[in-house]
Write a protein that binds this ligand. Structure first.
Ligand SMILES: CC(C)=CCC/C(C)=C/CC/C(C)=C/CC/C(C)=C/COC[C@@H](COP(=O)(O)O)OC/C=C(\C)CC/C=C(\C)CC/C=C(\C)CCC=C(C)C
Ligand SMILES: Nc1ccn([C@@H]2O[C@H](COP(=O)(O)OP(=O)(O)OP(=O)(O)O)[C@@H](O)[C@H]2O)c(=O)n1
Ligand SMILES: [Mg+2]
Length: 163
C-alpha cells in the first residue's frame, strides 16, 4: 500500500499554490473542493507515490518478490489522491470547512480511491494480491498509520491539524 500512502503525505509536503477548483463554487455556493486541494499537491503527491512504487519494484526484482508493476503503482498513487479529492467534494457539500475532521472518510478515502482505481483498470492485480486477510489488514492498520503520520506531519509543520 505504500504507493497509495505516500501521495497523501507528499501532497501535504508539496501542496500549495493554485487550488484545483480555481476558487470556483458549486451550486450550493460553497467551494467545489476548497483550498486544501491544489495542483501542486496532486501532481507532487502522485509523482512521489510512483517514485516510491518504482523503488519497491526495483527492490522486488532484486529480492525475487514480484508484487507491483508500473501500472499498479500508477493506479494506486493516482487513485489515492482522487479518492482524497472526491472526499473533499463531499466534505464541502456537508458544509465542513477545510481541515475539519470527518471520521472514517478522512482515513479510508485513499484506500477506497486506490483500490477502486486498480480494480477498475487492472482487476487481475487485485485478485492476485489482495485476499481477504490482506484486505482486513489494510482496514485495520490504515487508520493507525494515518493518525501516526498526521501527528508527525503536525509536529514537523506540514499539517495544520493533527488529523
Ligand atoms: C516523498 C515525501 C516528500 C513524503 C513522503 C513521506 C513519507 C516517508 C511518508 C510515509 C508514508 C506512510 C507509510 C504513511 C502512513 C500512512 C498513511 C495512511 C498516510 C496517509 O497520509 C497521511 C498524511 C495526510 O493525510 P490526509 O491527507 O488524509 O490528511 O499525513 C501527512 C503527514 C506527513 C506529510 C508527514 C510525513 C509522515 C511521516 C514521515 C511519517 C510516516 C508515518 C508512519 C510510517 C506511521 C507512524 C505510525 C505510528 C502509529 C507511530
Ligand atoms: N490534492 C491535494 C491534497 C492535499 N494538499 C495539501 O495537503 C494538506 C492536507 O491534506 P488534507 O488533510 O487532505 O486536506 P485538508 O486541508 O484537510 O482539506 P479537506 O478538509 O478538504 O480534507 C492540505 O491542507 C493541502 O495543503 C494539496 O495541496 N493538494
Ligand atoms: Mg484533512
Amino acid at each position: 500500500m505504500l504507493p497509495a500512502y505516500v501521495p497523501n503525505s507528499a501532497a501535504a509536503v508539496f501542496g500549495g499554490g493554485s487550488p484545483i477548483d480555481s476558487g470556483k463554487k458549486w451550486s450550493d455556493e460553497r467551494r467545489i473542493f476548497g483550498d486544501g486541494k491544489t495542483w501542486r499537491g496532486l501532481f507532487g503527491g502522485v509523482f512521489s507515490g510512483i517514485f516510491v512504487g518504482i523503488i519497491l519494484i526495483l527492490i522486488g526484482n532484486y529480492a525475487g518478490i514480484y508484487i507491483h508493476t508500473l501500472l499498479s503503482v500508477v493506479l494506486l498513487a493516482t487513485g489515492a489522491l482522487l479518492g482524497d479529492l472526491v472526499k473533499s467534494f463531499f466534505k464541502r457539500r456537508l458544509n465542513k470547512k477545510r481541515g475539519d475532521e470527518w471520521l472514517i472518510a478522512d482515513q479510508y478515502d485513499l484506500v477506497a480511491g486506490s483500490l477502486l482505481c486498480v480494480f477498475i483498470f487492472d482487476s487481475g492485480w487485485v485478485f492476485a494480491n489482495i485476499n481477504l486477510a490482506v484486505f482486513l489488514w489494510i482496514i485495520i492498520i490504515t487508520p493507525l498509520l494515518h493518525r501516526g503520520a498526521n501527528i508527525i506531519g503536525y509536529i514537523i509543520g506540514v499539517k495544520e491539524v493533527p488529523w
